[in-house]
Design a protein around this ligand. Structure first.
Ligand code: CP
Length: 318
């Protein structure tokens, strides 16, 4: 049995407290805090691979409230909390009293009153996790809010990139595609800049406009320029469900102009890995061969999601 202190070993040096009650976005984290979270995730990953039992979350009740669809994030949070000895309760939004008009805050207050102490929330409204953090006593983990932020995705991406590249300092990471609708892109832009990397964005102009103002970010009108010499390339899903205002190009045209394939990747650093947060529109953002090939870290991203979310839940509970 590994106890909480052991499971928190890399957190480290005496006082293992974490100054944040919530994880709302990565812009709240210093570089040292990001490193500490990634180090802890790597340690927990190793302990889990060795089959060690951990009870860091014994006595904790973690609520999963996903008001938007999810596979990777929801499953990995459930496995992460369970692997740490926590109890998990899932709110089925579509079968809950929200369908009778109960508000999000009242719904989550009800969960708090029944004993939930930490809520993992995905919601279509940007800012919803901030509202819940302000108006309830729950610890809140943002599992994706609207187009705003997806902090655990950015952290697991950083873990995956760090495994592949070592330090992210002075690395060039190209992010290609539907930046404008992407909470993953926004959290990654914050986090990669914090870690000393340069982010190159490329995609249809209406999806990249304005992002050149972000610190550490270059916006390119040309895919080839963005890929040139890049240390890693991340493709983003074309978010068909968020195109109410128009702007989605014909998917065939999108793939022809912005889709990743082996030939285009020759512009990047030799062997540069390819990432995608998932789910993919198969064959649209990158070819099926690239997604399943030796340069693809897509499977590693999903697997790292468990250890990274174990680390986040441990830190918030510490
Ligand atoms: N990347 C991501 O958030 O995937 P899910 O929507 O499947 O959780």
């Amino acid at each position: 049995m590994i106890d909480a202190a052991r499971a928190n070993l890399p957190v480290g040096t005496g006082a293992a407290s974490w100054r944040h009650r919530h994880l709302l976005d990565v812009d709240q984290l210093s570089r040292e805090e990001v490193e500490r979270c990634l180090d802890l995730a790597a340690e927990l990953r190793a302990l889990r691979e060795r089959g060690e039992r951990m009870d860091t979350l014994a006595g904790h009740v973690i609520g999963l409230a996903f008001a938007e669809p999810s596979t990777r994030t929801r499953v990995s949070f459930e496995i992460a909390a369970t692997a740490l000895g926590g109890q998990v309760v899932t709110l089925p939004f579509e079968a809950s009293s929200t369908t009778k008009g109960e508000s999000l805050v009242d719904t989550l207050l009800t969960m708090e009153r029944t004993g939930v102490d930490t809520i993992v929330l995905r919601h279509a409204a940007s800012g919803a996790p901030y509202l819940v953090a302000r108006t309830t006593g729950l610890r809140v983990v943002n599992a994706g809010d609207g187009t705003h932020a997806h902090p655990t995705q950015a952290l697991l991406d950083a873990l995956t990139l760090r495994d592949a590249l070592g330090s992210l300092q002075d690395r060039v990471i190209a992010i290609i595609g539907d930046i404008g609708h992407s909470r993953v892109a926004r959290s990654n832009m914050h986090l990669l800049a914090t870690m000393g990397a340069t982010v190159r964005l490329a995609g249809p102009r209406s999806w990249t406009r304005g992002f050149e103002q972000w610190p550490g970010v270059e916006a390119h009108a040309d895919l080839e320029q963005a890929l040139s010499g890049a240390d890693a390339v991340m493709a983003l899903r074309v978010q068909l469900e968020r195109q109410a205002g128009g702007g989605v190009p014909n998917l065939h045209e999108y793939t022809a102009r912005w889709g990743l394939d082996e030939r285009r990747l020759t512009l990047a650093r030799p062997g540069a890995p390819v990432l995608h947060p998932g789910p993919t529109n198969e064959g649209v953002e990158l070819t099926a061969e690239l997604a399943a090939g030796s340069r693809s870290l897509i499977g590693r991203q999903v697997a790292n999601g468990v250890a990274l979310r174990m680390a986040v839940l441990s830190l918030l509970a510490s």
